[in-house]
Every structure is written in structure tokens, then in C-alpha cells.
Design a protein around this ligand. Sequence first.
Ligand SMILES: NC(=O)c1ccc[n+]([C@@H]2O[C@H](COP(=O)([O-])OP(=O)(O)OC[C@H]3O[C@@H](n4cnc5c(N)ncnc54)[C@H](O)[C@@H]3O)[C@@H](O)[C@H]2O)c1
Ligand SMILES: O=C(O)C(=O)C[C@@H](O)[C@H](O)[C@H](O)COP(=O)(O)O
Ligand SMILES: [Zn+2]
Length: 361
Amino acid sequence: MTAAAPSTSIRVGGEGGYDVVIGNGVLAGLGDALGPAVRKVLVVHPATLGARAAALREALSDRFEVLLAEIPDAEAGKRIEVAAFCWQVLGQADFTRSDAVVGIGGGAVTDLAGFVAATWLRGVRVVQVPTTVLGMVDAAVGGKTGINTNEGKNLVGAFHPPAAVLCDLDLLDTLPRNEILAGFAEIVKAGFIRYPEILDTIEADPDAATDPTTPQFRRVVELAIQMKADVVSEDLTEQGLREILNYGHTLGHAVEHAERYQWRHGAAISVGMAFAAELGRLSGRLSDEVADRHRSILELLGLPTSYPAGRWPTLLATMQRDKKSRGGQLRFIVLDDLAKPTVMQAPDQSLLFAAYQEIGS
Ligand SMILES: NC(=O)c1ccc[n+]([C@@H]2O[C@H](COP(=O)([O-])OP(=O)(O)OC[C@H]3O[C@@H](n4cnc5c(N)ncnc54)[C@H](O)[C@@H]3O)[C@@H](O)[C@H]2O)c1
Ligand SMILES: O=C(O)C(=O)C[C@@H](O)[C@H](O)[C@H](O)COP(=O)(O)O
Ligand SMILES: [Zn+2]
């Protein structure tokens, strides 16, 4: 038996910021991460993490009064009714400004728990405990919180940085393989927009890279978190640089909406990145080699890279409502080259359509 690697901390926001702690068993630090001033804690979790949440309550009960709030799974949890349910629990238990929320689950749970913490009494502490790969490398880091509306994805939310993020790799033991692979869509995103080493590592040995017990997995996860930490430290509220984190998301969010949130976020973003690669190629920025690498690495991971050709009008209408669109003008992140993301503003509709034809099935 080999000893587990020591835990790593990645700082977000410098002084006054917070740590993302990565390693085996780091959940044991939750009580300290909550801090000495906190008396009451609401642990928000889906049914899949019910046993973990109950164990947390047990472990924390000598220092805190702990309540559990079980919420609907996945995107069904990112709804205003669910936030209202949590506000009710907080209100009935007299949670004050010095109390705290913990989100334990995938990105849907950390988005909802973060939103509840951002809005309760105009903002209380939240500690995020992501339990999916996607949650660890992206959703739980950076303070973007939100819920969906009938009109689209994440249309209501707030920027509310967590007090800490604990990425306990032991929690991935029960995560199904398809969820691990969906999380890799965001890791691949980090590879294309900042750290090509990620792409090299996955291509060299995809099985090892996607196995949570290997050093390769640890390396790509840490690089993706480092990328996100660096970007949000510079631009928390998405005034500029942070927009690059939306690579693949303009079309990807429209796919999620079209699929009524039955697709995994990572799968939709995979299609969105395949589309962004074609936009880059057809606009004359991106070499065939880098554009083709999108499809090959995403398919190596078993992620989708095409979507029905006939869905274009629906996707286009939804994209007009994307947060990135300004005055009805669409915005996409495209690459000039590996690790050189840029904003494409108001592209010609014929260019968009041509790029979509390339991924249309
Ligand atoms: N705020 C951000 O910056 C940000 C970034 C990326 C994604 N997101 C959001 O994150 C969400 C997607 O997150 P996700 O991919 O983690 O999906 P998810 O939260 O829907 O979780 C996926 C599934 O895995 C299950 N699960 C979670 N942890 C488990 C575990 N350890 N063992 C067994 N099953 C487990 C869940 O119950 C769920 O069924 C989307 O809503 C997306 O918009 C937010
Ligand atoms: O943190 C960010 O900023 C991101 O864009 C990360 C994305 O992976 C994530 O899906 C995010 O929720 C999308 O942001 P949105 O503002 O377009 O909803
Ligand atoms: Zn995303």
C-alpha cells in the first residue's frame, strides 16, 4: 500500500481570500474551516450524499448545532423553490449573520448552497465540499453561485466567495465513471485556455489521468484549480478576464436548456467546445491541428462533440438570452491558439451557422 500524497492548498484572492484544500481526508478540517465564531451550520446535500451529511453532523456536533437540508438531485436543486425551502429552514432555526452554510455535493449543490448563503441576511459564510470532479475543479471555486429559471441557465445568482473549499479526494470513491468523465470537460477547458500540459497528460494515458488514485489525476485537477484560482483572483466579478472561463459555455448552456437539464453540464460544455473550435477555425484564427485536437481529446474521454443539425434555431434563440450577450449581440470565447483565449463579439450569423454545420449530426 502506498501512502496518500500530502494535501495541497491553492490560495484564491490573496490576503482576505480563501484556500482550496486538495487531498485525501481533508474533510476532517471542516470544523476549523468553519471558524470559531460560527454556532449553527446548515449542511445542504442531495440524497446521494445523505450518509456523508449525517456523518458530518455527528462529527461536528460537539462544536456546532448542525441542521441538514436534503435538496433535489442535480439541476432540480437549482430552483428558486429549493432556495426558498433552505431560507425557511434557516429562518425557523434562527440562523444569524455569524452562522454558516456548508454545501456538500456536486456543482448543482454548491451553486445552490452558495446562493442561499449569499442571500440569507444578505450574506453568511459558506464552506464548499465538492464531491464531483467538476465541483472540485470548477463549480465550488470562485464564488459564482446561482439558480436556473424557465428562460435559461444560471440567470439568477450572486458572486459570493466561500470561506474555504475542501476537495476531499476520498469522496470520489462512489462517483460513477460517467460523472468523472463529465468533470473532465472542464479540465480539458482549462487545458485549452491556460495549461496545455493537461491535454498532453490526458492524451498520454487517458485511463491513468481519469483515475482519482493516480498522480496524473492529481496533477490535472490541481492545474485546473490553479487556473481557476488565478483567473478569479484577478477578476472576481467577471469584468473582463473571467469571461474566458466560459469557453464552450455559450452554446453549451443552450444545449443544457434544450435538453431540459437532463444532460450533464460537462457533456453540454463538451459540445460547446467542439463548436468553439470550429468558430476559431472558420474565422481564420485557429490552426486545423488545435481545432481537431478538441474533437479528438473529447472523444477520447467519451464526451459528445455533435448535436442535431435541426436544433440550431432553438439554440440560437436561447443563446441570445445568455449573460454574455450584450444588447442582443452574442459573445463567444474562441482561441487564437492554445492557451490564447479571446472574446469574439457579435459574430456574423452565417459564420455561426457554418460552425454549427461542422458539429451538426
Ligand atoms: N459556479 C460555477 O463556477 C460553476 C462551474 C461549473 C459548473 N457549475 C454548475 O455545476 C453543475 C454541474 O455540477 P456536477 O457536474 O458536479 O453535477 P451535479 O451536481 O448534478 O452532480 C452530478 C451527479 O453526481 C451525484 N454525486 C455527486 N457526488 C457524488 C459522489 N461523491 N458519489 C456519488 N454520486 C455523487 C449527484 O447526486 C448527481 O446525481 C451545473 O449546474 C453547472 O452549471 C457551476
Ligand atoms: O466560473 C466561471 O466564471 C465560469 O464561467 C465557470 C463555468 O464553468 C461555469 O459553468 C459557470 O457557472 C458559467 O457561468 P455563467 O455566468 O455563464 O452562468
Ligand atoms: Zn461550466
